[in-house]
Write a protein of this length. Structure first.
Length: 174
């Protein structure tokens, strides 16, 4: 995920302080992996340097001054460009699993064991995500559904790979 542009997009909803921006990011996107405060502030500095946001005020507090930022027209344009540019599906979503399968075949180790272990791990993650959805806010359900569909695709690939292992073993042996 592009954390920088997501933060910029959140600033498009209205001027904000770094602390509030981090909380908003974590609410929508950081359920499993919240952003560190340092990452937020270094990103704000970069966004400012690029001319995509500007500081519109600062308030003294018990610690460092609280700086308030807002998105610029150039920043809004950047968010629009990002939102309306289709993402290319990653060719390497399962590169590690694919590599492990091939290496197992090359070494004469049981590739089906590699695939079975991954299937078990995926199934456990699906159970966790399904539990997490119960009684959760809609944004959490939405994020869990996204992850579940990706895991389902991986499981379909694992099943296909298992059905082709003997063919693949022969191809690797050549």
């Amino acid at each position: 995920m592009d954390n920088t542009t997501a933060l910029l997009g959140l600033l498009g909803t209205g001027a904000s302080y770094g602390y509030d921006l981090k909380n908003s990011y974590d609410r929508w996107f950081g359920v499993k992996k919240p952003l560190a405060f340092g990452q937020v502030y270094s990103t704000l500095m970069r966004l400012s340097r690029n001319g995509w946001i500007e500081m519109i005020g600062a308030e003294a507090g018990s610690g460092p001054d609280r700086k308030r930022y807002e998105i610029t027209l150039a920043g809004r344009s950047r968010v629009q460009e990002w939102m309306f540019t289709a993402e290319m599906p990653s060719e390497t979503l399962q590169s590690n699993l694919f590599a492990k399968t091939i290496i197992a075949l090359l070494l004469g180790d049981p590739a089906n064991r590699v695939l079975d272990l991954q299937r078990s791990r995926h199934m456990a993650e699906m159970r966790e995500l399904t539990k997490e959805k119960q009684g959760a806010p809609l944004e959490t359900v939405f994020a869990c559904d996204y992850a579940l569909f990706h895991i389902e695709a991986d499981l379909r690939w694992i099943d296909l790979a298992v059905s082709r292992l003997s063919e693949l073993q022969a191809a690797v042996a050549r």
